[in-house]
Every structure is written in C-alpha cells, then in structure tokens.
Design a binder for this molecule. Sequence first.
Ligand SMILES: Nc1nc2c(ncn2[C@@H]2O[C@H](COP(=O)(O)OP(=O)(O)OP(=O)(O)O)[C@@H](O)[C@H]2O)c(=O)[nH]1
Ligand SMILES: [Mg+2]
Length: 245
Amino acid sequence: MRTTVVVPTYNEIANIDRLLREVRAAAPDVHVLVVDDGSPDGTADRAEALHAELGGIEVLRRTEKNGLGNAYRAGLRHAMDAGAEICVQMDADLSHPPAALPALIANVEHGADLCIGSRYVPGGRVVNWPRRRKWLSRWGNRYAAGVLGLAVNDATAGYRAYSSAALERMGFETVKAEGYGFQVEMTYRLVCHEGKIVEFPITFADRTEGESKLSGSIVSEALVLVAKLWISDFRGRHRRRAQGF
Ligand SMILES: Nc1nc2c(ncn2[C@@H]2O[C@H](COP(=O)(O)OP(=O)(O)OP(=O)(O)O)[C@@H](O)[C@H]2O)c(=O)[nH]1
Ligand SMILES: [Mg+2]
C-alpha cells in the first residue's frame, strides 16, 4: 500500500542525513514528507538536497514554529491528499528506529488501523533516558490509559503507522493538542471510533544530537488534556444513559 512517512522537523540538521538514509535503507518504497517549521539551521534545504540523492523525499516548508501537533495535522493532510493509504509518524532525532518501519507498515497492511511502536510491551525498551524521564513517561502512560480506559501500553508514543481510512474516519484534523497530548488524543479518538490498535515493540533511544523541544508546558498540556477528555467522556456517557442507550 502507498505509504508516506511524515517527519516533523525543527533544527534537526545534525540528524536529518542519517535519518533519511536509514529510512531509505529500511523501507526503500516509502515516500517521506519532512514537515519543517522554518528551521534556521537549514534542515529543509538539506532534506531537499538528499532528495536529489536518495529520491522520494518531499519537504513541506512552513514559516513558523507551530508545534508538533500542528505540523502533524498539516503533514498528514498533505500526505493523504497526495494518495497515501498508510501514514507513519516518526521523529527526526533517531529515537525511533527506522528498522522497525516494515513491521509497523505490515501490521496496518494486515488490518490494524494503528500500529504503535511501543516501549512498554514485552521486547520494547528505552535506552539512555535519565531515571526521572523514564518515570515521567511510564506514569504518564499509566495515568492516560487508566483515566481514559485505553487498552494501550504506550499511548504517548510518537512512532506509529495509521491507515489513512481510519484517520479520515476519526476526523484527525480536529484533534487539538500539540505535544504528547497529541498522541494521547489521537489514540483516544481512534478508540472512540472503534479502531483496531496493535503495539509492536521498539527500542527507543534518547537523542544524541540536537536539542530536545520538550517543555514543561507540553507535559502539563497532556495532563490537563486527559482530565478534559475524561470529563467530556463522562458527560457523554451520562447523556447516552439519560437517552436510554
Ligand atoms: N515542524 C515541527 N517539528 C517539531 C516541532 N517541535 C518539535 N518538532 C520535531 O518533532 C520531533 C520530536 O521532537 P523532540 O524535540 O525530539 O521531542 P521529544 O521526542 O518529545 O523530546 P526528546 O525525547 O527530549 O527528544 C522532532 O523531529 C522535532 O524536530 C515544531 O514546532 N514543528
Ligand atoms: Mg525526541
């Protein structure tokens, strides 16, 4: 099936070469869409130069840094309008192993609506994260899954393959969150639309090059979002009960 790997970038000049080469080696047939928010370090120019060498790389250039969720909404829409039947989300910092791409894609080809590259299923792991960061991710996931009733071990994971049909069905463009919250809200939205989710174990390695864009506000956005989704879900359940179904 026609597959586009959507890679949001902001100042990833130290990673973009290796990333695009490894993606091309792992999955020679995929199209790659780099969604760059005007990186001052020239990431977009470098990605275009690599297209000349490797082929199949497109750069969506945006002028302002508008956050991860915003970049994904634009990138997924662009990919689907161009005919992608499967869309993969992938970070540029090599935390997401390109070698897992064929497995993520195959799971969607075989009927999953979403295959998550998961750190928290048997065989999955995190390397090089400080203890505090591991704790935050693990308990953030337990909190999100527990509160929202998600049967998913890694709802905050950013490495995932979706069927475009499922993205369309769940109305991904109205998912509002920007950081980790974006991944959680996308997962929740898919569950509400009875999407089939599978998790494939990956080894997630902390970035070794470039700077993290994670901020305290991204973490608190996710915490508040889960509570808001729970409240709207509770109201919905209550209304459904009151209406007798
Ligand atoms: N286009 C775009 N890409 C972004 C933006 N913020 C982050 N990114 C990219 O999104 C991906 C994930 O960002 P990271 O900084 O690695 O965030 P993270 O993985 O949560 O944090 P670390 O684990 O500390 O690396 C990377 O490819 C970034 O370059 C943004 O505002 N716009
Ligand atoms: Mg990262």
